[in-house]
Design a protein around this ligand. Sequence first.
Ligand SMILES: [Zn+2]
Ligand SMILES: [Zn+2]
Ligand SMILES: [Zn+2]
Length: 144
Amino acid sequence: MSEKTEADSEDEDTEEGPWSVESRIAPPPLSCPKCDGLLPSALGELSCVLCGARMKIDHEVTRRDWEDEKLGCPKCNKLLVVGIGERPANVRCGSCLCDFEVKANVPKSEIQCPGCERRLRLRTRPGTRNVTCPACDTGFEMTG
Ligand SMILES: [Zn+2]
Ligand SMILES: [Zn+2]
Ligand SMILES: [Zn+2]
């Protein structure tokens, strides 16, 4: 059962969508001044997911890199400069005129499964959590 509903019209040439790309630039990893835990990979007003402390984080260099970041349009592959110093950002491709979202970079870290020694690339997240290896089903703890 996958009937297409014609909710909002006017998207004749949208084959898939919404279009988005992930930014390759992440702010530097910072730790919470209160609990020393890893802070979310973002700039601006944020709160520590571990202790709830709120703070404002800014980083000029990252903002400048974000502005100058070159990304391929997800639809026509044309390289374009984002020109916006924040993530996520909405940009329009000057070539195919599609609007797309430049998403915040998702930091990943590589860890080795203690069961099968396979290297896994997993999202970095504050705190410790349990993960399961997709290959051998070994459950283990991951920090960060
Ligand atoms: Zn904290
Ligand atoms: Zn394009
Ligand atoms: Zn494994």
